[in-house]
Design a protein around this ligand. Structure first.
Ligand code: GAR
Length: 185
């Protein structure tokens, strides 16, 4: 199968990256991860890239300089798809336009509810009945691009921030891969 050259952006633990790598190693999963971009040199997820010998680009704080560097690397690796898997920085409009191909993000809430950060705290405060994750295309507005899919669960009385995070992330792993298959096939 012809696989799409893909770059995954991370900032932290990389548990979504781990699942994406494992799936991409299967012959019938439609992406090949050619590059990892990371906004944090101490991110645990970098170890995964190293383990699987995936080239990594670690960004410093100067955004425009870094974004130019990323665009050059994306071209070099002939990247056609970017996946934001826990990338905690906002991509500039210029970057999104310059890349010009699909960028997909996973977000830990049922968008359009709870865009931005600290989703679990806000979900609990608002006494929501359910929550979950959303996979969506990235556009120039924060967490507002076209939704590809959502998965949800019902919140229980005992739930707290860490249990919601765990339950949400367990949904994310399949959601991200399902969304990729939906978009690519
Ligand atoms: C994921 O839960 C993802 O939804 C969230 O960061 C986590 C990364 O976990 N993304 C955002 O909050 C983006 N605004 P991971 O590094 O273990 O994959």
């Amino acid at each position: 199968m012809v696989k799409i050259n893909t770059c995954v952006f991370i900032s932290g633990k990389g548990s979504n990256l781990r699942r994406l790598i494992l799936n991409s190693n299967k012959y019938n999963f439609p992406i090949k991860i050619k590059l990892v971009v990371c906004s944090n040199k101490k991110a645990e997820g970098l170890k995964l890239a190293k383990k699987w010998s995936i080239p990594c680009l670690i960004l410093n704080n100067k955004q425009s300089f870094s974004e130019n560097k990323v665009l050059i690397k994306l071209k070099f690796h002939k990247i056609d798809l970017i996946l934001l898997a826990g990338y905690m920085k906002i991509l500039s409009k210029r970057f999104i336009r310059s890349f010009g191909k699909s960028i997909i993000n996973i977000h830990p809430s049922l968008l359009p509810k709870f865009k931005g950060l600290n989703t679990f705290e806000r979900v609990l405060k608002k006494k929501e009945k359910k929550t979950g994750c959303t996979v969506h295309f990235v556009n120039e507005k924060l967490d507002a691009g076209k939704i590809i899919l959502r998965k949800f669960f019902f919140i229980e009385k005992e739930d707290n921030v860490s249990s919601l995070k765990k339950k949400t992330q367990n949904l994310e792993y399949n959601a991200f891969s399902e969304a990729i298959i939906r978009v690519v096939k």
